[in-house]
Design a protein around this ligand. Structure first.
Ligand code: GTQ
Ligand code: FE2
Length: 352
């Protein structure tokens, strides 16, 4: 009886034998030592991570002083590398800090990967995206939708840095990588170099019949002053229990996130408000614009301050707390739009 039962369950030898034959036909069957096809819930190999500004600032100085821009594919960047992953910062996103020196030109190219930039420090650089040219000053948010030509020029007189986030890992997983260009020269600038901002930048009015615009998002630049004013106004309202005050950089036409695969948000954490834990599918990268606080991510606790970065893996509980006496402002970048587009977004919010 037990022998029959056993041989029904244990066909390991047959499986292995058959698998060898099947391999010839490029087929296979599940083997006893294969990991399970499904886990009950996501088990990310990405590590929760905290990069401190005190470390980054020293490294950035060395990168800025030591590395030539041309040698690095016309870009000089410090990448935030996650030790749990073969490459990138999260399963989908690459976060890098780009250093540009006065007078430098990061020449034109385009790629299938979508990019966004948030200016960390400095003023006087300009980015040109499909012929439109926007200033890059501290706190500005500018986007490079998939396959748009882009180059950056620094006309200021001191080195500057900004955060680049691209969905390179997502595009790589999809085997959808395209790249063209790498010209040293900047691209020509349009006669109407601020058109997207002039048409769509007010946030409250949109043109009834728009002139030519980018198909992904007609708005390419989100100046700091407007976004910060919106955040400060919203922060006067009662806090959300999980996120305090969290605003999304929107596509003015769809009302959805500014980019199709990447979500970008500004967060305000008021003093003496401990957010409740939440988890969701999708990964996060945080940049601390100013202020200080702590964030628990799974079993870890990160005490952060201005200029720090935090990466949060998918389906891991996290909760922020501002224990300083001033508001803290953070930039949150996520891959939630990609998960939503695929029907894979889920969230759990712990109630008090
Ligand atoms: O500025 O075009 O950090 O193409 C990585 C790839 C920046 C850019 C990065 C890029 C860029
Ligand atoms: Fe690029």
């Amino acid at each position: 009886m037990s022998e029959t039962h056993d041989s029904q369950l244990n066909d390991a030898d047959t499986r292995r034998e058959l698998d060898r034959e099947l391999g010839h036909f490029h087929c296979r069957i599940h083997q006893p030592d294969d990991p399970p096809l499904f886990t009950r819930e996501p088990q990310s190999r990405m590590h929760a991570l905290h990069w401190r500004w005190s470390d980054l600032s020293v490294l950035l100085k060395r990168v800025g002083e030591g590395l030539k821009m041309q040698a690095g594919g016309n870009r000089r960047t410090l990448r935030l590398a996650n030790p749990g992953l073969p490459y990138g910062t999260t399963p989908t996103l690459w976060a890098s800090i780009q250093v540009i020196l006065p007078g430098e030109i990061a020449g034109a190219h385009r790629h299938a990967a979508t990019a966004l930039r948030f200016i960390m420090q400095g003023n006087g650089a300009w980015t040109t995206v499909d012929g439109e040219q926007y200033p890059m000053n501290e706190g500005d948010f500018v986007i490079t939708p998939s396959w748009t030509w882009h180059d950056h020029i620094h006309r200021g007189d001191a080195p500057m840095i900004w955060l680049d986030i691209l969905d390179i890992s997502l595009v790589r997983h999809m085997h959808a990588t395209f790249f063209e260009g790498s010209q040293v020269e900047p691209q020509p600038v349009s006669d109407y170099p601020r058109r997207s901002l002039q048409q769509f930048g007010s946030g409250v009015m949109s043109p009834v019949r728009a002139q030519h615009h980018n198909p992904v998002n007609p708005l390419l630049a989100y100046p700091a002053a407007q976004a910060q004013a919106a955040l400060a106004a919203a922060a006067e309202l009662p806090p959300d229990p999980h996120d305090d005050t969290l605003l999304e950089y929107r596509n003015p036409v769809t009302g959805g996130p500014a980019l199709t695969t990447i979500g970008t948000r500004l967060q305000w954490l008021r003093p003496n408000h401990a957010c409740l834990p939440q988890r969701h599918t999708g990964s996060l990268v945080y940049y601390v614009i100013n202020g200080s606080g702590r964030t628990t991510v799974g079993a870890q606790k990160f005490e952060w301050g201005q200029g720090d970065f935090i990466a949060i893996p998918p389906w891991t509980f996290y909760a922020h707390c501002n224990d300083g006496d001033r508001p803290a402002r953070l930039l949150q970048v996520n891959d939630i739009p990609a998960l939503q587009a695929l029907g894979l977004y889920r969230e759990e919010r712990v109630r008090r």
